[in-house]
Design a protein around this ligand. Sequence first.
Ligand SMILES: NC(=O)c1ccc[n+]([C@@H]2O[C@H](COP(=O)([O-])OP(=O)(O)OC[C@H]3O[C@@H](n4cnc5c(N)ncnc54)[C@H](OP(=O)(O)O)[C@@H]3O)[C@@H](O)[C@H]2O)c1
Length: 291
Amino acid sequence: MLHTLDTHTSKTWFITGISRGFGKEFACQLLARGDIVIGTTRDGTSDVAASAGRLTVFALDVTDGGAVRKVVADAFASGPIDVIVNNAGYGLMSSIENATDAEIDRVMDVNFHGPRRIIQAALPYLRRQRRGHIVNITSIAGIAAGAGSGYYAAAKYALEGLSQSLAREVAPLDIKVTCVEPGAFRTDFLTARSLRTSSMMDSDYAATAGASADYLAKLAGRQPGDPVKGVTAILQAVDSANPPLHLVLGPDAIKRADEMLKAFAADLDAWRAVGMATDHGSEAETAGEAS
Ligand SMILES: NC(=O)c1ccc[n+]([C@@H]2O[C@H](COP(=O)([O-])OP(=O)(O)OC[C@H]3O[C@@H](n4cnc5c(N)ncnc54)[C@H](OP(=O)(O)O)[C@@H]3O)[C@@H](O)[C@H]2O)c1
């Protein structure tokens, strides 16, 4: 049954990007309820208050593959880890046409390859444990992309796709996977510390990508989502007996997800007959589930 709470027993968490925002809130709530947190920040420091022994902080930039493998190995050296949270990330606003190669490579590196590196490094340990839960913080932009955030969305879509495949591969090993898709939450995400805007924006995109960038600039500091409640909701999902593959957070995100699903269903229905007529003739055999 959905939303059934397990009796909470103390868990050990590995979380990227606990310097601020969702990551810091995770660390604070988990430590307050008695869990153990292994967190990463880029400079290896944290101002999160913790009783001795329950918070370990490693220095990590998730774009450094060698460092990811070392930090993950060091984290598992002190014992089993129950939950891995891929939280670190940042946004890029640009039209598809105008972003530079460097901007695109960086946003994919941090938001997709960072979590991918952590997952690949952690899986051998999680498989040996025969338990664990991988939580990937993607975005509503990772299931319903809007104008102006195409490359950020592409990175988050990639992480969504990886997560769906991964969930199927590791379910028999008792490892769970959850994607969290937040809407606009009031963290540092829309400040210049996290949101980059391409300087290349062409005036032809002013009404689409440009308008999205302007909207986010005005939304900064006024986002409807409360990160404290957002993190509490994620903990509820992780603690539940039946964690979801998708956890959409915030009324804004749920509205966008509903609209995306309706539009997808409308396309599917409108073009169903055309799509259904593309098999070989009567000799075609049902191929089963496509990869
Ligand atoms: N807030 C929202 O509205 C929202 C909506 C949808 C999805 N999300 C996702 O939620 C996650 C957390 O974002 P947030 O809202 O908490 O934003 P935030 O307050 O800006 O925090 C971002 C965190 O990511 C870390 N980080 C960025 N680049 C990194 C790198 N290369 N290596 C390691 N750490 C790095 C930052 O570390 P530094 O302090 O060192 O920069 C910081 O700890 C992100 O994946 C974001 O895409 C947020």
